[in-house]
Design a protein. Structure first.
Length: 176
């Protein structure tokens, strides 16, 4: 008799529970809180330091690994800050930077690994190539130094060829 009474009570509780969930007034919300959390998670912007090549619109980033060798990856740039064109225009007017020059950038943004796209939200710092900042004077002095060395080698070969007359060993040594 006790077993039958317990079974009837369990049956009654199940019927009341099922009818309560079907009633619209007493309906229990189902996992709406979980949907709002998973709908959109804010991604934190990270700081990246690398070089930007305007001709191909790529950002070259070197990931610093402590144990393994450094990994160099390139990303297509999507500029939401609007500063990148201004930086290039300023550098082109002031220093003669072209689209084929690499500019060092420190940016904050997000990277999409699927599309290999970096979305730049803010440009923290930029660096114009040293050869453009110092101007063409340093490049000319390097080429002048090379021409002086070649002239010295030419006079050495002339004096050595006069000493040995008829042997080409000194010319062969000077060309190496």
């Amino acid at each position: 008799m006790k077993k039958i009474f317990i079974i009837v009570m369990l049956f009654a509780i199940c019927v009341i529970g099922i009818s309560a969930t079907k009633d619209k007034k007493l309906k229990i919300p189902k996992a709406k809180a979980a949907k709002t959390k998973t709908q959109k998670l804010k991604t934190a912007d990270k700081n990246y330091e690398g070089e930007y090549f305007r001709a191909t619109n790529t950002f070259i980033y070197t990931k610093d690994n402590l144990i393994f060798p450094n990994k160099v990856t390139s990303y297509t740039v999507k500029d939401e800050s609007g500063l990148l064109d201004g930086i290039y225009n300023f550098a082109a007017e002031k220093y003669g930077v072209t689209d084929s020059d690499l500019i060092g950038l420190k940016v904050s943004g997000t990277i999409s690994k699927k599309d290999k796209v970096i979305t730049i939200k803010k440009i923290t710092n930029y660096q114009i190539p040293r050869s453009r900042i110092l101007g063409e004077e340093t490049v000319e002095t390097d080429s002048d130094a090379e021409t002086v060395n070649t002239n010295d080698n030419a006079t050495d070969t002339d004096t050595n060829s006069n000493e040995t007359e008829g042997t080409n060993s000194s010319i062969f040594q000077a060309n190496q």
